[in-house]
Write a new protein. Structure first.
Length: 196
């Protein structure tokens, strides 16, 4: 499996109890998906096949979670996916069970990929023009402008839709000020939802 150094960083920054759990889940995912690749999606490590999500893991303050994509709405009842809140290695099922679930998800991803090969490619959404008041605010902050220009079009769009979606001028001004503050810190519009 092609590894991603950001996954190493994620595990290193996790709480001490979580590190062996995440390391073990990563190892099991590598065994189940040797042709896959690692990446970060929504601020969490994911294991993918051809860029499509197969499984993901995350660490919280007192537990970890592991989800196999495409298992439907299977849940342990606590919102943590089929494996529930994982506080220690003892909370995990047998490796063979996890490997079987990952392999089944990989098969689903492969079959969906082959079923959609005849479709026309998606067209990118057109760029939203930067409103004059926001452009002025960006021009007054080199750090904010640099961050904004460095973002992917989808992340720039999130800021622009948020700002232009304000109904009142007062709200729009507050959003522009908040956007500049977040951009100076290098944050995407929905940064609050990216980390655990």
């Amino acid at each position: 499996m092609k590894t991603d150094p950001r996954v190493d960083d994620y595990i290193a920054k996790a709480a001490p109890f979580a590190q062996p759990i995440l390391t073990h889940l990563r190892s099991v995912a590598h065994e189940a998906l040797p042709q896959g690749e690692e990446g970060m999606k929504w601020g969490m490590p994911h294991f993918m096949l051809g860029g499509k999500n197969v499984a993901g893991m995350s660490a919280f303050k007192a537990h970890c979670a592991f989800i196999v994509h495409g298992e439907g709405r299977v849940s342990s009842g606590d919102g943590m996916g089929a494996y529930g809140k994982i506080a220690s290695l003892a909370d995990l099922p047998a490796d063979t069970e996890i490997i079987s679930a990952i392999e089944a998800a990989a098969a689903r991803v492969a079959s969906v990929g082959s079923a959609t090969k005849g479709r026309a490619p998606r067209t990118a959404k057109p760029e939203i023009p930067v409103p004059e008041d926001f452009a002025t605010a960006l021009a007054n902050s080199e750090a904010a402008r640099t961050a904004f220009d460095g973002f992917a079009p989808s992340h720039r769009r999130e800021y622009l839709e948020w700002i232009t979606g304000a109904k009142r001028e007062e709200t729009r001004s507050k959003r522009i000020a908040q956007a500049i503050e977040w951009l100076v810190e290098g944050r995407k519009r929905n940064w609050k939802y990216e980390s655990c």
